[in-house]
Write a protein that binds this ligand. Structure first.
Ligand SMILES: [Zn+2]
Length: 227
């Protein structure tokens, strides 16, 4: 069993980027924690209370073990020493084998900051002789999910098979009724996400898939893993 931590700037980012992968990982018995760096508010049709409730509902749909929401500022998220330390403390507490972060390029400044500060926090988490809570720990693997405000055409390191979990992914994102609704006129995003997952699936001989980037080389122990 692997222990997994996935870090998003706002509630719903993780679901959009890798909701199907999370559902699949949970189906295989892995431990998954979602960390939202902010509560995502203010937004045009949301509130802090509604947003927290929606994110807990979405977590339940995906079957995650735990969802943590930090109090960092939405819209003005920065890669600061203070914020790195807060995330590093979560990493030291959860002690994940693998962490998933926002892709490093994004039109949303919060997403870029989330990627940078979380990557730094992975390093900080292993420091000794510090004021941070918890014991030193260094997650072995780091991958990036795509939940981007750019219409990026990326070359991923791998595409995760979510063929059995595309409907669960859409159901989880549908929990965010304060974000995707008729007032905001953006309900089409649900259809778009399904089409995008189908397209990524088609690039990797799958029905539906979610792409991930990696700065490091990937290794294989069994050829069956890519068949
Ligand atoms: Zn976001």
């Amino acid at each position: 069993m692997a222990r997994i931590l996935t870090i998003g700037a706002h509630p719903d980012d993780v679901e959009i980027g890798m909701g199907g992968t999370i559902a699949s990982l949970k189906g295989k018995g892995h431990e998954v924690t979602i960390l939202d760096l902010t509560d995502g508010e203010p937004t045009p049709t949301g509130s802090r209370e509604i947003r927290l409730q929606e994110s807990q509902e979405a977590a339940k749909v995906l079957g995650v073990d735990r969802r943590i929401t930090l109090d960092l500022p939405n819209r003005y998220l920065l890669d600061s020493i203070e914020n790195r330390l807060k995330v590093a403390e979560v990493i030291r507490e959860v002690r994940p084998d693998v962490i998933f972060l926002h892709y490093w390029t994004d039109a949303h400044p919060d997403h870029r900051a989330a990627s940078q500060l979380s990557e730094a926090a992975r390093f900080y988490a292993k420091l000794t002789k510090t004021e941070m809570s918890g014991e030193p720990f260094y997650p072995r693997r780091l991958f990036y999910f795509f939940s981007s405000h750019f219409r990026l055409l990326v070359k991923p390191a791998f595409v995760f098979d979510i063929s059995q979990f595309i409907e669960v992914k859409i159901r989880a994102i549908s929990c965010y009724k304060s974000q995707f609704n008729e007032i905001r006129g953006n309900l089409r995003i649900l259809e778009d996400l399904k089409i995008t997952a189908r397209w990524w699936g088609s690039r990797a001989h799958l029905d539906y898939g979610e792409p991930f980037a990696s700065r490091e080389c990937l290794s294989l122990k069994e050829i069956s893993a890519i068949l």
